[in-house]
Design a protein around this ligand. Structure first.
Ligand code: TTP
Ligand code: MG
Length: 392
């Protein structure tokens, strides 16, 4: 599941917190020149119809008691950093998308923080206790739905969309709520009588692409509840991989298996050298006609032994329906975090005993390898592996 968090009236809430005179009052954050626009408005000011990006003179017309507060970006950035730092204690996968907004991949957090709503309440509580600010949280299986959910019960909201409610939610979701659907697209939507995201399903891909270009195809995916977007953290971007171009194309499972083992060991060695553990393992296969595919799997528990990486890689390989011979095989790991990261430590306590034991064995092998050269001690099954493959 993905969690999306967005602070409530962020700049205005910070100012109201720091200056008691402003509490409960309609305020906006902005410059005070004729050309200034509203950066944000407190919820009290929003009752008058005042919104972000509205010219200040217009906002003043809407509300006579409106208080205009000059902004203090340094202070907002400082608060933002503190919020993001709290979030990283709940998941190693945090993607900050703006000054007051972030996505968290919360798969695998249940053991530590409970059900998603408990986790969300813990986050809200921490932010309230430490920063005296409120936020709204949305939780859903995919990013775009989590973002829409976080906006549904603002301020101080919490909205959870479990898998079984997604279909009905999409059927009734007003199309203008979908990120990326602007005014121009709305005119076309009206012509086609598309009112909800679910209505998109009535149209074939060609029509959607013709009318809306790339966005049409994206809407088609969203209407099926898919958005393909993963939470992009620094850690996720960090990855380690190794690949091998074979001397001759192969289709034999045993040979592929041995190569996967060799690559898993190379990748595992580098992973442990960086003192990292990983959650995602991926494989890459390039075929005789130069087409290629990648497959990946993310587990709840982080791993660091070559054996566990190998098991994941083989499982991924076995799921591929081979139609052509293979000319290149690659193995990669991502979702890396330091093995001693506080979050990770707790999680590691529950990880597979197998991986822990194998990691210990691997560490011993790694040390021997460093001293005498890698390849001195190797898994028996590697002995039969073809020599003379080119690898990187
Ligand atoms: P938002 O999260 O869009 O707005 P918000 O936090 O003020 O209110 P909401 O409760 O609806 O989330 O933006 C975060 C901050 O970014 C906002 O406090 C001020 C700044 N901002 C601008 O400076 N200009 C803008 O046009 C918008 C939308 C935001
Ligand atoms: Mg906000």
């Amino acid at each position: 599941m993905i969690l999306h968090i967005d602070m409530d009236a962020f700049f205005a809430a910070v100012e109201q917190r720091d200056n008691p005179v402003l509490k409960g009052k309609p305020i906006i954050i902005s410059g005070n020149s004729k050309r200034s626009v509203v950066s944000t408005a407190s919820y009290e000011a929003r009752k008058f119809g005042i919104r972000s990006a509205m010219p200040v003179f217009q906002a003043k017309e809407k509300c006579r008691e409106l208080i205009i507060v000059p902004g203090n970006m340094r202070k907002y950035r400082d608060n933002s950093m503190k919020i993001m730092s709290i979030l990283t204690e709940f998941s190693p996968m945090v993607e900050q998308v703006s000054i007051d907004e972030a996505y968290l991949d919360i798969r695998g957090t249940r053991r530590l923080f409970g059900e998603p709503f408990e986790l969300a309440n813990k986050i809200k509580q921490r932010i309230r206790d430490e920063l005296s600010l409120t936020c709204s949280i949305g939780i859903a299986p995919v990013k775009f739905l989590a973002k829409i959910a976080s906006d549904m019960q603002k301020p101080d909201g919490l909205t959870i969309l479990p898998h079984e409610k997604i279909e009905q939610f999409i059927q009734t979701l007003p199309i203008q709520k979908v990120p990326g659907v602007g005014k121009r697209a709305m005119q076309q939507m009206a012509v086609l009588k598309i009112k909800t995201l679910g209505d998109i399903n009535r149209f074939p891909a060609q029509v959607l692409e013709k009318k809306f270009g790339k966005m049409g195809l994206q809407l088609m995916r969203l209407a099926k509840g898919e958005d393909g977007g993963t939470v992009q953290t620094e850690h996720v971007r960090k990855s380690i991989s190794s690949e091998t171009t074979l001397d001759r194309d192969i289709s034999n499972f045993d040979t592929a298996r041995q190569i996967l083992l060799d690559l898993s060991q190379r990748v595992g060695r580098q992973l442990r050298k960086k003192e990292n553990v990983c959650r995602t393992v991926s494989i890459k296969l390039k075929f005789s006609d130069f087409t290629q595919i990648t497959r990946s799997h993310t587990s709840e528990s982080p791993i660091s032994s070559s054996n566990a990486i190998f098991d994941e890689a083989v499982a991924l390989y076995e799921k591929v329906k081979l139609k052509k011979k293979i000319r290149l095989i690659g193995v990669g790991v991502s979702g890396l975090v330091h093995k001693d990261a506080p979050y990770q430590m707790q999680l590691l306590c529950g990880k597979k005993e197998d991986d822990r034991q194998w990691t210990r064995v691997d560490h011993a092998l790694d040390r021997i390898g460093e001293k005498f050269g890698t390849g001195i001690v190797n898994k028996a099954s590697l002995k039969t592996l073809d020599k003379g493959r080119s690898s990187s």
